[in-house]
Design a protein around this ligand. Structure first.
Ligand code: S3P
Length: 437
């Protein structure tokens, strides 16, 4: 599934300029593919992210008997089989590197008439799954794990019962898994979050015609309805845009325009954080696409200063910390991050990966159990490891723009999980990024 080990070299360059069309949103693409597969009728997904993570979800739905075509313009055409139309697949479903794919599919498969097995790559095989399997088992599901880790063996033919569940940790993946299982459950399933998280599953269920009541931090639905095919336009992924936002913020003279980026408020915490640090970012052409707020982001260089990041921002920028750490390293003064222990169970332990990498390039970082204190200033050169984590790799590609000597980044193959074409887009706007051989 994941790319071969591939090292990159990123060097300082002149100002960044141009228009950067980043690919489709990963979270929206996973959900659109799953709901379209379960819908009655044919759905078109425009702008589907053709990354390894979301392609793994599409492949899993195909293995379960769903016909999916790709139109000439790249639109995915999904011939839905209806809520009860999936077919058993004897082979394991390989989610690759994708936590979202695996956790959401677990919820979806818990209500099927047949057994399934979900597997993942080395990184995914180390990520905690009890946060999903425990509440699903409370609903009546039966799921075997390896000590809480993948592979997951999901037993079919179970009668699910809706529950009211308060999440111990804010997680859109867990919320979504329970809502997907709730489609198959008797009675109501209600999920309550300690802090609101991205609500794509809720919005998209409504778009596919399923009755659902939701507000920030709370969602409730009942089983026994029908999903009706609909067309989805996937906005550009804010989390992919984040690398270019930070890049333009830290390279003097830069100005970039990122068109039609998804601006769901549960995703844009980094905008607030960078503005607190002094960034010059404006939103233009605000509108709506497929029920999601979108806008063009214009970012111009501005000197950044360190901040104490408000903890309330953490869930709204949960995937953007690697990029934020680079902004902090390039800023004047100290940045303090707290309340972000969840970063330890992402595609890598992102607090450890970033702290180690930044220290390697001469930045003073005090890693803490739930965050870090980063002293901004000079970034040097050196060889860092991405730990197979796409966002760590792209973050150090950005750091290289401000580094006194080239940064070599180990193991960048996984960038293709979320951002195929990153290197090409980056170099087109002025990065000096190359294969290190
Ligand atoms: C996601 C939710 C977040 C995020 C991940 C995508 C989603 O994970 O980090 O990249 O699409 O629901 P958690 O639910 O574990 O916070």
């Amino acid at each position: 599934m994941t790319g071969a080990s591939l090292d990159w070299r990123s060097s300082a360059s002149g100002p960044l300029h141009g228009v950067v069309p980043v690919p489709g949103d990963k979270s929206v693409s996973h959900r659109a593919m799953m709901l379209a597969a379960l819908a009655e009728g044919t759905s078109h997904i425009h702008g589907f992210l053709e990354g390894e993570d979301t392609r793994a979800t599409a492949a899993a739905m195909q293995q379960l008997g769903v016909r999916i075509d790709t139109a000439g313009d790249g639109t995915r055409v999904v011939h839905g089989v209806g809520l009860h139309g999936l077919r058993a697949c004897a082979a394991p479903l390989d989610c690759g590197n994708a936590g979202t794919g695996m956790r959401l599919l677990t919820g979806l498969l818990a209500g099927q008439a047949f057994d399934s097995t979900l597997i993942g790559d080395a990184s995914l095989s180390k990520r905690p799954m009890r946060r999903v399997t425990d509440p699903l088992e409370q609903m009546g599901a039966q799921i075997a794990t390896h000590d809480g880790l993948p592979p997951l063996h999901v037993r079919g033919g179970r009668a699910l019962q809706g529950i009211r569940y308060t999440l111990p940790v804010a997680s859109a993946q867990v919320k979504s898994a329970l809502l997907l299982a709730g489609l198959y459950a008797r009675g109501e399933t209600e999920v309550i979050e300690p802090h609101p998280t991205r609500d794509y599953t809720e919005r998209m269920l409504a778009a596919f015609g399923w009755p659902i009541v939701f507000s920030p931090g709370r969602a409730r639905l009942a089983g026994g309805h029908v999903l009706r095919a609909t067309d989805v336009t996937v906005p550009a992924d804010f989390s992919s845009a984040a690398f270019f936002l930070v890049a333009a913020c830290i390279v003097p003279g830069s100005e970039l325009l990122l068109p039609a980026v998804g601006l769901n408020p549960r995703r844009t915490g980094l905008l607030t954080a960078l503005r607190l640090m002094g960034a010059d970012i404006s939103v233009e052409n605000e509108g709506e696409s497929g029920g999601e707020p979108v806008g063009d982001l214009r970012v111009r260089y501005a000197p950044l200063h360190g901040v104490e990041l408000p903890e309330a921002l953490v869930p709204d920028m949960i995937d953007e910390f690697p990029a934020l750490f680079i902004a902090a390293a390039a800023a004047e003064g100290t940045t303090v991050v707290r309340g972000a222990a969840e970063l330890r169970v992402k595609e890598s332990d992102r607090l450890a990966s970033m702290a180690r990498g930044l220290r390697t390039v001469g930045v003073v970082v005090d890693e803490q159990p739930d965050g870090a204190v980063i002293r901004g200033g000079r970034i040097g050169g050196g060889a860092v490891d991405s730990h197979g984590d796409h966002r760590i790799a792209m973050s150090f590609a950005v750091a290289g723009l401000r580094a006194a000597a080239p940064i070599r980044i180990g193991d960048c193959g996984n960038v293709a999980t979320s951002f195929p074409g990153f290197m090409m887009l980056a170099n087109r706007c002025g990065f000096a990024l190359s294969d290190a051989g």
